[in-house]
Design a protein around this ligand. Structure first.
Ligand code: HEC
Length: 246
């Protein structure tokens, strides 16, 4: 009798253990398990402006991130096309489970995320171990990035896109470069608006990174305009590396 009870209890225990281990191996339907070598993403795109980035301060990469951090866990440089606009391919392999996002983007030398050009769809990323993506045609030029992400997004409303341009300064796409580079500042007379090679002597950089309203000349505080550290760093690097248009 006693033996019978023991063997009955043992069977129950075994059953419970096996049920539990079954549960642990559960898989979600659409997600393909990651192979031990990690996933591989091949991105193809027609790129212009890639060579304008001042390697190695900032560079265009295909990179993997975790949503909790701004720093790339894994990255691969994008090759510069022989002719502007030619198609290039970049292969990022060894993408492990900790990577939740893969982007074509700019990072700095510490691998910190600066600005994004293309983000691979999350569902596509988990759908297979080898993923191919076509990002289409992209202008990734350094100045074009500043124009689109900063001037068009934040400044042009007051500086030329509407009926007037504050301080006579046009920051719209066709006019901005000629209006700022080597042009004397009206508000900070000792400086140019942008002095190639020297952000500290560029009124534009001073306006957005320090509070220049302390001078009597200046009424509008610009320090709240660009709050993203990455974009501020982008403008500083652009000035430091010669403030080129292309
Ligand atoms: C809400 C309106 C407004 C926005 C938005 C704005 N500005 Fe201004 N900006 C002004 C005004 C007004 C002046 C004139 C200076 C003053 O009297 O305060 C000025 C002056 C300037 C000057 C000085 C020009 C000179 O000749 O010295 C620069 C440079 C400048 N802005 C850059 C920017 C940049 C870059 C952005 C976007 C990041 C921007 N501004 C966004 C209103 C604006």
């Amino acid at each position: 009798m006693f033996r019978k009870i023991v063997s009955y209890l043992l069977t129950c225990c075994l059953l419970l253990v096996s049920l539990q281990s079954c549960d642990e191996g559960r898989l979600y339907e659409d997600e393909v398990p990651i192979s031990p070598e990690g996933r591989v993403v091949t991105l193809t795109a027609k790129l212009t402006g890639l060579s304008s980035w001042p390697d190695p301060s900032m560079y265009v990469v295909l990179a993997g991130f975790n949503d909790d951090s701004d720093y790339a866990l894994i990255n691969k440089s994008v090759p510069v096309p022989t002719t502007e606009g030619d198609e290039v391919s970049v292969v990022l392999s060894g993408i492990k489970e900790n990577v939740t996002r893969v982007e074509l983007c700019v990072i700095n030398r510490l691998r910190k995320h600066i600005v994004s050009f293309y983000t691979i769809d999350e569902n596509k990323l988990t759908s297979a171990n080898e993923i191919e993506v076509d990002a289409g045609s992209l202008n990734v030029g350094m100045y074009n990035t500043i124009q689109e992400r900063v001037f068009n997004a934040t400044c042009a409303n007051c500086h030329g896109a509407a009926t007037s341009a504050a301080a006579g300064l046009y920051l719209t796409a066709e006019k901005s470069h000629a209006a700022i580079v080597n042009v004397p500042s009206k508000k900070l007379p000792d400086m140019n608006i942008v002095e190639p090679g020297d952000a500290a002597k560029s009124a534009l950089y001073q306006a957005i990174s320090t509070d220049v309203t302390i001078t009597d000349e200046w009424h509008y505080n610009h320090t709240g305009e660009v709050v993203d550290d990455g974009l501020l760093a982008l403008i500083r690097q652009w000035i430091t590396h010669g403030a080129k248009k292309d």
